[in-house]
Structure formats: C-alpha cells, structure tokens
Write a protein that binds this ligand. Structure first.
Ligand SMILES: Nc1ncnc2c1ncn2[C@@H]1O[C@H](COP(=O)(O)OP(=O)(O)OP(=O)(O)O)[C@@H](O)[C@H]1O
Length: 257
C-alpha cells in the first residue's frame, strides 16, 4: 500500500441553504518522499482535500490511509505551510520558530540550538533576534518553513506558499523548499495555480477540475526534471513541452465546464 492512499473520497458540505459537493470520487496515492502537486482553479476543493488529509475533516465517503492508518489514528506528523506566514509580530524570529515547543512546554537548550541551526539552513542566521516586520516576504516565508520543520513532520502540506511573493523571490524559495524537503525525504503535497511551479517542483501532478473537485488528469514529471533544481528545470528544453500538455488539458477542462 502507498504511504498516503486516498481512495474514492467525496465530500459534501451541508448548510441551511442546501449542500455543496466539494469533492467527488478523488483517488490518488503518494509514496514516501514523493513531491506531489495539486494543480487547479479556485473552488476545486483543495482546502477541503488538505483538511481531509490532515484529519481535520472526515470525508462523507471514501477512505484515506496514511502509513496504513486513518489520519486521526496515525502518529504521522503533518506540517502546513500556507500563503500567509502567521508569524507573531511581537516575537523575534528565533522565538517564532520555537513557538511549538514553547506552547507544549518542551523548550530545551537542544531545541533552541536546533532552531538556530534550522534558521541558518534557511539563510536566516543573521536575523535571529529581528522581528517579522523587519524581514522581507520571502524571509518571513523561510522563517515559517523553519517553524514547520522544527516539529519534524513526515508530511508537508504546502497551500500556495509562494503565491503572495514577487517572481524572483518565488523562484528562489521554490529552490530552497524543494532541496530542503528532498534532503530530509519529506513527503510533500503542494497546492498551486501555477503550472510552471508544479512542473519545476513535483514528481507527480494531479490536475483538479472544479464543481465538484475531481482529478481530471495525472502527469508524471520525467526523472531528468525531478533530479535537477526547480530553477534548472524551468530552463530545461523539455519543460515547455510538458507545460504545453498541461496548459492544453486545462483549457479543454475550462471549455467543457
Ligand atoms: N464550510 C463550508 N460550508 C459550505 N461550503 C463550503 C465550505 N467550505 C468550502 N465550501 C465549498 O466547497 C467548495 C470547495 O471549497 P474549497 O475551499 O475546498 O476550495 P478551494 O479550491 O480551496 O478554493 P479557494 O482557492 O477559493 O480557497 C466550494 O464550492 C466552497 O464554496
């Protein structure tokens, strides 16, 4: 069985006005250490799917297994990286990264050292005592990633983490996130609207259709693109061919909806 196995999941939201079918018959698998992207338009149910994977929501139909057990019973740790960094403005970067251990009363000198080491790996060794307002958007996102990694999650859910950044910062951060997550063999699921980002970062891309959210197509990124950095992948001659294939599929989806 795959590390993460989503089998025929559907989800409906019931409200006083009626119900919305957010997801319909989603099936996909993710292997340990794999980097998967969910590419799709607004309303395709990506937040719902991520909430189901993290165990916050129970799907109305279907099953999900993480390492052989359901998300609620699994001891697999899941980390989130979101579009907003949610750093506390009144705390220093070092304190922000230590927030989890601080809340759970587990602060130790080892963890303080680990936070410094993780921030140094993110290129933030010089801003440990700065406050979030003194940092650029890209630096804040790197601090948010360091905070997430402090908890040693096995699975990372990345919900459009680069979409609020300028293009150059986004490319740099794609490289840093990709190399860091591969180095630590994290299993990663990225939600994005950006075809290029999905190709540059992923091993597999699931194209989602909206209303209700469903898997419209699956693309395997060739190994030679997986083995180079996202920045290098974007320069590769084969990158454009895959981009065109996905673009066409997306356009076909829009014209048939
Ligand atoms: N709590 C809720 N109650 C009722 N309907 C909901 C609820 N949450 C989401 N929906 C509906 O389910 C569908 C999928 O929503 P979801 O937020 O998962 O999509 P999304 O792809 O994350 O969208 P966006 O990019 O706009 O955030 C939408 O039609 C949305 O209106």
């Amino acid at each position: 069985m795959a590390y993460l196995s989503i089998d025929d999941i559907s989800h409906q939201y019931f409200t006083k006005q009626g119900y919305t079918k957010a997801l319909q018959s989603i099936s996909l698998t993710v292997e340990e250490g794999e980097f998967v992207s969910l590419l799709g338009p607004s309303g395709c149910g990506k937040s719902t799917l991520l909430s189901i994977i993290s165990g916050l929501l129970q799907p109305t139909e279907g099953t999900i297994y993480i390492n052989g057990t359901s998300p609620n019973q699994s001891d697999t740790k899941i980390g989130y990286m979101l579009q907003q960094d949610y750093l506390f403005p009144w705390k220093t970067i070092h304190e922000n990264v230590l927030l989890g251990p601080h809340i759970s009363g587990k602060i130790s000198s080892e963890l303080k050292q680990k936070a410094i080491h993780t921030l140094e790996e993110m290129g933030l060794g010089k801003v440990l005592t700065s406050h979030p307002s003194q940092l650029s958007g890209g630096m804040r996102q790197r601090a948010a990633l360091a905070r997430t990694l402090m908890n040693d999650p096995q699975i990372l859910l990345l919900d459009e983490p680069f979409s609020a950044l300028d293009y150059q910062t986004k490319l740099k951060l794609e490289n840093l996130v990709s190399t860091t997550l591969h180095r630590y063999n994290k299993t990663s699921i990225l939600v994005t609207h950006d075809i290029g980002e999905a190709i540059a970062m992923s091993d597999t891309i699931y194209l989602l259709a909206a209303n209700p959210g469903s898997v419209a197509a699956t693309f395997k990124v060739p190994h030679y693109l997986q083995e180079i950095t996202p920045f290098e992948a974007r320069q590769h001659p084969e990158f454009n061919a895959l981009f065109q294939d996905i673009w066409k599929e997306l356009n076909d989806l829009e014209s048939s909806s």
